[in-house]
Design a protein around this ligand. Structure first.
Ligand SMILES: Cc1cc2nc3c(=O)[nH]c(=O)nc-3n(C[C@H](O)[C@H](O)[C@H](O)COP(=O)(O)OP(=O)(O)OC[C@H]3O[C@@H](n4cnc5c(N)ncnc54)[C@H](O)[C@@H]3O)c2cc1C
Length: 514
């Protein structure tokens, strides 16, 4: 039976190829023992403690593309001993403190739409499911601030902000129906309209956080631009559940914009398109959407025979939109003007992720890798990465688009897909094929991460680190990684908060995925 998809609840990425009771956990050897005594202690601090096999296997995976194919052969990456579902911040804090006392791993999870294994409970223990904390707590319309519970799903939130309050966040990740406010903040999420509204770190002004010793603290949120020491809110933004658990979020909102305009252009080269984007931003225009697709993706997405398609959409008060679009047209003078229907086509399909399942079912290893860099490095990164991915044995396609642009640089969003040849010497053909897929996958990721670093780029723009990028974070941060290790030791001395992530040392051992 297909899994029912409920609004306001996690959406599983794919059905298992076996009955739920037969699903195995690939990281099982790393699991920490959890006995009935511990389950009973958890039940004393939280009303809902699920130990049912179905809940546990679903909480053992997210949308990390590599592991979606594991599900077809009846595997999840890991399996928690219990899924604990608090309904208040006080319960969250009590569960976290209980786990710290008992030295049990506790992994925050919400939409489970992460694509790097961030919510996977590597060492078992407890999955702390935040989806019991949903809704708008308060709206300060004069100050355009909204207080939200962390398990609130994006589509539900946006609908109620628009229809009941005339407001919008302007935050439209492709995963809007799959992901939550707390997950966005924990992973430094980016929406498709980020050029006008910024990423989630630009929208968040305050947090409530449960610390590993059970304290609930508040950071920021009371007054704008406070100069009261370092910004502790930003300490938790992007910390992926390793430093504390977010129990409330204060975000900036916007009045629903009254005007919108669209445009599309075709560039002869990707680098010419990048240069126009750069000049548009340099002149102070910030169209909400400014996305440039390379030739491969332009064909696939827009069905054009040639050229690199740039789509532009802006929304705001009409005079602002008009001024923005005037600058856009001015800076795209050398490009061919294409029909606005291309923007319409993008809008209609922008959240359709069905291709991932069908490609995976065809035995193809596929993933996307988003990085960020200065304008001065972007063209070289694009050329080098596409060339490196294309040269890996088994690659069927390597392509990219520029998905989020700012005055100082942009995000390049690469897609690769391949079918590596299985190794002839292995006994079981399917096992050999799986091993080949993972080796191929690793080569692709290692190539992109190291080329990005060599050009001075950032290894992630919005998907975060999780398990998959863990081995790349220390080299990316250099000596500053020790500061992160020190922060982790200070805020989570027993190391129970989401162990095995961000490449941080873990008291429970090595992560089974290198
Ligand atoms: C099809 C698809 C498209 C996507 N498109 C985008 C996109 O356009 N932009 C984008 O930014 N991302 C995108 N993502 C990635 C993903 O949706 C984001 O990373 C999202 O922010 C994760 O939110 P979540 O609620 O699903 O978190 P989860 O996957 O449940 O958790 C992610 C991480 O956050 C931590 N976490 C969750 N809640 C809390 C909390 N309350 N306190 C502390 N830590 C917490 C978890 O421990 C984990 O480390 C996409 C994913 C998919 C599958």
């Amino acid at each position: 039976m297909p899994e029912a998809v409920r609004r306001g609840a996690p959406t599983p990425p794919i059905e298992f190829g076996v009955a739920t009771a037969s699903v195995r956990a690939r990281f099982e050897p790393a699991e920490v023992a959890v006995d009935d005594r511990i389950i009973n202690k958890l039940k004393q601090v939280c009303d809902r403690v699920e130990v049912d096999a179905r809940d546990r296997v679903q909480a053992g995976r997210d949308w990390w593309p590599l592991t979606i194919s594991w599900a077809l052969s009846g595997e999840v990456p890991a399996r928690p001993a219990a899924v604990v579902m608090p309904s208040t911040a006080t319960e969250v804090a009590a569960v976290v403190a209980c786990c710290a006392d008992l030295r049990i791993p506790v992994t925050a999870a919400a939409g489970r739409s992460g694509v790097c294994g961030g919510s996977v409970p590597v060492f078992g223990g407890v999955v702390l499911d935040l989806t019991g904390l949903q809704g708008i707590v308060d709206i300060d319309d004069q100050s355009l601030l909204v207080d939200l519970l962390p398990g609130t799903f994006g589509d539900v939130l946006e609908e109620s902000l628009r229809t009941q309050h005339g407001l919008t966040l302007g935050h439209w990740p492709q995963s809007i129906t799959l992901s939550t406010v707390g997950g966005w903040v924990a992973c430094r999420s980016a929406g498709q309209y980020s050029t006008r509204y910024g990423k989630i770190e630009d929208m968040v002004v305050g947090l409530e956080v449960a610390l590993s010793d059970g304290r609930l603290i508040r950071t920021g949120g009371t007054a704008p631009r406070a100069a009261a020491g370092p910004d502790l809110t930003q300490l938790f933004v992007g910390s992926e559940g390793t430093l504390g658990v977010i129990t409330e979020v204060t975000l900036r909102a916007q009045p629903v914009p009254p005007a919108e305009r669209r445009a599309a252009f075709g560039f002869e080269s990707f680098s010419a398109g990048l240069d126009s984007c750069r000049r548009i931003l340099r002149r102070g225009a910030t169209p909400a959407v400014l996305r440039l697709y390379d030739v491969t993706e332009s064909r696939r997405t827009f069905d054009v025979s040639d050229g690199n398609v740039l789509i532009v959409l802006d929304e705001a008060e009409a005079p602002l939109v008009d001024a923005t679009m005037e600058l856009v047209v001015d800076e795209c003078g050398q490009a061919e003007r294409l029909g606005d229907d291309l923007v319409e086509r993008w809008l209609a399909h922008r959240n359709d992720v069905s291709a991932l399942e069908s490609v995976t079912r065809h035995g193809i290893t596929v993933d996307t890798i988003e990085i960020a860099a200065r304008w001065s490095a972007l063209s070289a990164i694009y050329e080098d990465v596409i060339s490196a991915l294309s040269q890996i044995d088994g690659t069927l396609v390597a392509s990219a688009h520029q998905s989020h642009a700012y005055r100082d640089g942009a995000c390049l969003y690469f897609t690769f897909a391949g079918r590596p040849a299985p190794e002839a010497s292995a006994d079981a053909a399917s096992a050999a094929e799986a091993g080949a897929a993972e080796r191929y996958y690793r080569r692709a990721w290692d190539a992109v991460m190291s080329l990005t670093r060599s050009h001075g780029g950032a290894i992630s723009h919005h998907h975060g680190i999780g398990i998959n990028r863990g081995r790349h974070l220390a080299p990316a941060l250099g000596p500053a990684f020790d500061v992160l290790v020190g922060l982790k030791a200070a805020l989570d001395p027993t190391g129970v908060l989401n162990p095995g992530k961000l490449g941080l040392p873990s008291p429970f051992g090595e992560v089974p995925w290198p």
